[in-house]
Design a protein around this ligand. Sequence first.
Ligand code: PLP
Length: 368
Amino acid sequence: HFNFCAGPAALPEAVLARARDELLDYRGLGLSVMEMSHRSSDYEAIAERAERDLRELLAIPDNYRVLFTQGGATQQFAALPYNLLGAGGTANFVQTGIWGAKAIKEARHLFGHAVVAASSEANGHTAVPRQSDIELSEDAAYLHYTANETIGGLEFDYIPGAAEGLRRRDGAEVPLACDMSSSILSGPLDVSRFGVIYAGAQKNIGPAGLVVAIVRDDLLDRARADMPSLFSYRALAEAGSMINTPATYSWYLAGLVFEWLKNDIGGLDAMGAINDRKAAKLYAAIDASGFYSNPIAPGNRSRMNVPFVLADSRLDEAFLAESEEAGLLNLKGHRSVGGMRASLYNAVPEAAVDALVDFMADFEKRRG
Ligand code: PLP
């Protein structure tokens, strides 16, 4: 079977096998990782190793803190403005789809205002705004964007401000904050371009229940005083992400995924090349057919989430039933948009894409 779920998503088989081997008795300690105190030296070693490996994979500079927190990426929609609006100013957003819209809605809900500095709404979120379209407000405290819109299948092909930095009219630097939930670790990344990166774990990192946040040091001092202490990047950083009981098992599994990326895959350059190949194959099959289609501008097509529709939506149900029968799981599109979606996260092997492409061709021949 191949699992194309958008999240919680497939995990590498080698990682699951190792977790199974260590499940009941972790390295002869006589207990499961799930049963360990998060304050024990054995668990601390697991937690530290995970952070070390993630730092190595992403070449995270020393002036960034890595936080392993909870509450989902959705909690970060609230935590981020709490942490960055303490010195005043306004949250600015580039809006490219449903997840970005939710982040904006939460900032407005909590702080009454949020500025949409650029949006792809006019083109139906089929192409991201260009750098020159981004108009920061004069009081911008940070700029938030969604690197990859998981539902729309729209991915940035550049980092806003990467070339010359983001500046307000008065010259102040505007830190960049990014929801990288569905694209983190899909290829190499220059972390130094960002103020804050956060990602829910349940796609490319590990099981649900964990969020990784990567925060530049100097931003720890911009928090509002009146926020829940569990949201505080500074408090989390000072407590080694253990203000309270962390999602210990998810954190451990994330560590296994990082090891797999390093040792089995060979790092993020290698992972990126594999992901490029996988996505190119599927988009090529879609484009070559008159039966399947994807509306996204070629340069902004997501490598991780490939939505597509059938020329005749009355065939959707048959497509889903037959694909499942063929061992191709979870191809149904998001409930808000319909159609199909194949998520091609790191753990989805190239053979899965080959099997999907073959199935699609066969289905089209028989039913198209
Ligand atoms: N942001 C993006 C880009 C997502 O894809 C998702 C979930 O799919 C979320 C945020 C919300 O994540 P969570 O369910 O962890 O709150």
